[in-house]
Design a binder for this molecule. Structure first.
Ligand code: ADP
Ligand code: MG
Length: 402
């Protein structure tokens, strides 16, 4: 196993999870599966415009230990019961429990975090015609919740790769990406795209996933950060501004209006140098961001193919400026994190995710990590703002059995 994934002590985690599983459920698990979170390197607000994104799977992941129910060993009336436990949100050795039945499963039938595994079961039933038996599952994840690293998809992807193996379903990775998207859209009720699951399923150690959101074509491009002495610092501002939801739908509809006014089905079908002067000023800015951002993704992919990892910094900075000034989805906390990191020597930095709070990322030299961290913390302290959560990530392999 590679250095990047070994940044997480995966075998140790898997072994202690198996032991814990046996304590909780009184049986050995059938196996342990891993699914990573993700960071979007560049390509923001392009997904719903059928454009390009470039996420990478990170060395923080959800691990699940799973045991399918056996007709000969489990009580008959429990054949379709799913028992779930997670180490999340509990102090010491406490666990968060959830439970549902695979029989007659409908949206709303599972509560809290149980809706993510239940959504995967529902998607397998509805979209793949799979009859899913009951199972026991123990989850332990190092993907922080709500930091913009897609902890929810890590859970869903871990569950689907486990069930795919255990039930011998033979699903391919794009197929599992579509099923987890269905789970999140139709069962959990979150209108998310295909990027997060795709990165978690198809990421490669030392690589980023170049994804065309129109064709769903996915290609790994080299992102050997560790070989270049680089890493990505995630700066979670720990703020979530209340206009995030409204702001998101307003941006989506401005993009749709822009595409319609330009006679296109989506902004993907608009030329990068199209004449935008006929659009009203606000729509013009939104469209300019999306067209430019798609070009920046292509430019980053080009640099990475040439092995010029250091050369992508400026494109990250340009992405942030466009999100701040033209798409207007940044906020003072994200701007401060980006500016402080750049002033302390980061090669590039940008907000990542939907905006209005959440996380920014900075591409930094590993040896400068302490300096950049200190600068960002000092900048927030100066303002009297809540301390951001800072941690580094590297590109890691996609989901699979441990
Ligand atoms: P994110 O951006 O991190 O995906 P979401 O709000 O989409 O944020 O998903 C977070 C939710 O995913 C949590 O509230 C919880 O329901 C579920 N989740 C994530 N990680 C875990 C975990 N380790 N244990 C239990 N539930 C989890
Ligand atoms: Mg999520």
């Amino acid at each position: 196993m590679s250095a990047a994934v070994n940044a997480e002590p995966l075998q140790d985690r898997a072994e202690s999870l198996s032991r814990r599983f046996a304590e909780v459920y009184g049986q050995e698990p059938d196996g342990v599966w891993r699914a990573p979170g993700r960071v979007n390197l560049i390509g923001e607000h392009t997904d719903y415009n059928n454009g390009f994104v470039l996420p990478f799977a990170i060395d923080r992941s959800a691990l699940v230990a799973v045991r399918l129910r056996r007709p000969d060993q489990d009580p008959e009336d429990e054949a379709d019961v799913v028992r779930l436990a997670s180490t999340y949100g509990q102090k010491g050795r406490g666990l968060s429990h959830a439970r549902f039945r695979t029989g007659g499963l409908v949206p709303g039938a599972a509560e809290g975090w149980g809706s993510y595994p239940a959504g995967v079961v529902y998607a397998l039933q509805q979209r793949a015609g799979v009859s899913v038996p009951g199972f026991d599952l123990l989850l332990d994840s190092t993907v922080p919740v709500g930091a913009g690293l897609s902890s929810s998809h890590a859970v869903e992807v871990a569950v689907i790769v486990a069930l795919n193996d255990l039930l011998g379903l033979g699903l391919d990775r794009p197929g599992m990406a579509r099923l987890t998207q269905y789970a999140e859209n139709e069962f959990v009720g979150a209108p998310t795209g295909i990027m997060d699951q795709s990165a978690s399923l198809m990421g490669q150690d030392g690589g980023a996933l170049f994804l065309d959101c129109r064709s769903l074509d996915a290609e790994n491009v080299p992102l050997p950060l560790a070989d270049h002495g680089l890493e990505v610092l995630v700066m979670d501002t720990r703020v979530a501004h209340s206009h995030a939801d409204g702001g998101y739908s307003a941006r989506r509809s401005a993009c749709e209006r822009g595409a319609a006014a330009l006679g296109a089905d989506s902004l993907r079908d608009v030329a990068a140098d199209a004449d935008l002067s006929g659009l009203d000023a606000e729509v013009q800015r939104r469209v300019r961001h999306v067209l430019g951002e798609n070009q920046r993704v292509l430019a980053v992919v080009e640099e990475l193919r040439r092995g010029n990892v250091d050369g992508i910094g400026e494109l990250l900075v340009a992405s942030h400026a466009s999100l701040r000034d033209d798409f207007e989805v940044s906020c003072p906390e994200l701007d401060l994190a980006v500016d402080a990191a750049l002033a302390a020597g980061a090669l590039g930095a940008r907000m990542t995710g939907g905006g209005f709070g959440g996380s920014a990322i900075a591409l930094i030299r590993a040896e400068a990590e302490d300096e950049v961290r200190a600068a960002v913390l000092a900048a927030f302290e100066d303002k009297g703002w809540k301390e951001p959560a800072l941690f580094t990530v590297l590109p890691a392999a996609g989901a699979g059995r441990l």
